[in-house]
Design a protein around this ligand. Structure first.
Ligand code: SAH
Ligand code: AVI
Length: 331
């Protein structure tokens, strides 16, 4: 562990070792030697990737962010009253815009004490911590820089009062279904009997609406997708030509998830020097960079049940585009 900042109001620690970093080298070694090539989506989020994601959130086609924000704005006071939370833990916290709505409601209810942003991207945790202690009197921020698939147990233990652990934005949909349930079970271990999980899930809807959200007319999502090749070039001394890869987004109707892929537009031979790996792409060959699962209430409830959780609240928008759910430990 490296302590990155330790003041009266802010503590930030990083659990990413400098050698191993986000496990990029091993993920690339695994993912680019598979018969169907794949890179896990967490590698999309370097500084540039986080900026591009924030631009995506403001795109007209990308409905999840504004819809989840509107549900939160309407329902945060109720959620805070229901949970009595004094602490908000946010996994994959990003720019923390959604946290502000919950923190406002906690401050209005007079319960707000602490915020724990957890993200793989160091600068988003730092920026959020520095801004939020300015905005909220007496707020204590304990930021954790880490990979929530590997470092979840590094979330500081609860102080005893009720807390909400939030996973917003539909990030849960970026896990494949079995891993998703395993992950939820690990999140369950962070909850005491009075704590709640607040989960944001994008809902199943017209595939055309979903596909437009992941293939916007300004090409921002395409740039975000290709950014993973820039990350590999920089971090692993590789020679991908990102412009040679076309951005693909399609909704898999059977699995009810959208996939992002990068398709080689011509044969490409790529050298990844840091791991001594040469990778060949045939013309038209695809590399999967993300899945983003879409949910129904029944799917959320079944995932909770499999993870030892129970659905305790369901909040959605009038068009049922997106849902927030509350879960507690199952009895
Ligand atoms: N919660 C925000 C951001 C969602 S984007 C919102 O709803 O808008 C997903 C966030 O999760 C990014 O900030 C990314 O850096 C972070 N993230 C992705 N994979 C992660 C991992 N394995 N561990 C920790 N953070 C991760
Ligand atoms: C962070 N995650 C929930 C986003 C999503 O919608 O799956 C990432 C994203 N990918 C393309 N656009 C946005």
């Amino acid at each position: 562990m490296r302590a990155l900042l330790d003041t009266e109001e802010i503590r930030i620690e990083s659990w990413l070792s400098e050698v191993e970093d986000r496990s990029l080298a091993n993920d690339v070694l695994d993912g680019l030697t598979k018969p169907f090539k794949e890179i896990p989506p967490k590698h999309l989020y370097d500084t540039r990737g986080s900026e591009l994601f924030e631009q995506i959130c403001a795109l007209p086609e990308y409905y999840p962010t504004r819809t989840e924000l509107s549900i939160l704005t309407d329902r945060a006071p109720e959620i805070v009253e229901e949970t009595g939370a004094t602490e908000l833990v946010e996994l994959g916290s990003g720019a923390a815009d959604k946290a502000r709505i919950l923190l406002d409601a906690m401050a209005a209810a007079g319960t707000l004490e602490s915020y724990v942003p957890f993200d793989v991207s160091e600068h988003v945790v730092r920026d959020a911590a520095e801004q939020l202690v300015e905005e909220y009197d007496g707020l204590h921020v304990h930021g954790v820089v880490g990979d929530f698939e590997r470092h979840l147990e590094r979330v500081p233990p609860t102080g005893g009062d009720a807390r909400v652990v939030a996973l917003l934005g539909g990030t849960i949909g970026n896990f494949p279904p079995g891993t998703r349930r395993r992950f939820l079970r690990k999140v369950r271990a962070l909850l005491g009997p009075d704590d709640r999980l607040l989960l944001g899930t994008d809902l199943v809807k017209d595939p055309a609406v979903i596909e437009a959200a992941y293939d916007d007319s300004q090409g921002v999502t395409a740039e975000f997708n290709r950014n993973v090749l820039h990350v590999i070039n920089r971090e692993l001394d590789a020679d991908f030509i990102p412009a040679a890869f076309e951005h693909i987004a399609f909704f898999d109707r059977q699995r009810e998830w959208v996939e992002m892929r990068l398709r080689a537009q011509r044969p490409c031979s790529v050298m990844i020097k840091a791991i001594g790996l040469r990778v060949e792409f045939a013309a038209g060959e695809e590399l999967r960079t993300e899945i983003s699962a879409k949910f129904t209430r029944a799917r959320v409830a079944a995932d909770f049940k499999a993870a030892g959780l129970q659905l305790a609240g369901w909040y959605t928008d009038p068009d049922e585009l997106f849902a927030l759910s509350l879960a507690s430990r199952a009895a």
